[in-house]
Design a binder for this molecule. Structure first.
Ligand code: FES
Length: 174
């Protein structure tokens, strides 16, 4: 039975992959006549997958007649593109001046220690990706981090374990 389950799972995943690759083709068609089509195409692909997987970049290379080296050059030049899958929750710790002065490094170090990942790393369970970022525009709340859409301000390293615990605990609905 277990074998059948995993076979079914594989079939589903395969169908999902095919669907997403078909969507990549549509994205390319949408932008291919624009000058500088590569950047918007990469943006859309990243929105679709959460990162830029090689199989999708192969399609871009073929369809836009662009060498893979050139595509990787662009994808690695801009920090908003990622070639690695991200975790379910992406944590951005602001390292802008105001946050830095108010102790952002300590917050970042504590997160790295608690999650057991380096900065830009993703936890083994795929739950969290830890990133350092520029000013998030909330300097009055320094030091600041965001987890997804949620903003956490005036942080101290000591608060980190509690925040992570809350993120790991499923919300009960009654
Ligand atoms: S410096 Fe951190 S929010 Fe502006």
């Amino acid at each position: 039975m277990k074998g059948e389950d995993s076979k079914m799972e594989e079939t589903c995943r395969c169908a999902e992959d095919q669907e997403r690759l078909a969507r990549v083709g549509e994205i390319i068609d949408q932008f291919r006549t624009l000058p500088g089509a590569l950047i918007p195409v990469l943006h859309e692909i990243q929105d679709l997958y959460g990162y830029l997987p090689e199989e999708a970049l192969q399609v871009v290379s073929r369809e836009l007649e662009m060498p893979m080296a050139e595509i990787y050059g662009v994808a690695t030049f801009y920090s908003f593109f990622s070639l690695e899958p991200k975790g379910e929750h992406v944590i951005h710790v602001c390292m802008g001046t105001a946050c830095y002065i108010k102790g952002a490094q300590g917050v970042l170090d504590r997160l790295s220690q608690e999650l057991d990942v380096p900065v830009q790393g993703t936890t083994a369970d795929g739950k969290f990706t830890l990133e350092a970022t520029r000013c998030l525009g909330a300097c009055g709340l320094a030091p600041v981090m965001t987890i997804g859409e949620k903003v956490h301000g005036r942080l101290t390293p000591g608060e980190i374990p509690k925040i992570l615990k809350q993120m790991r605990t499923p919300v009960e609905t009654h």
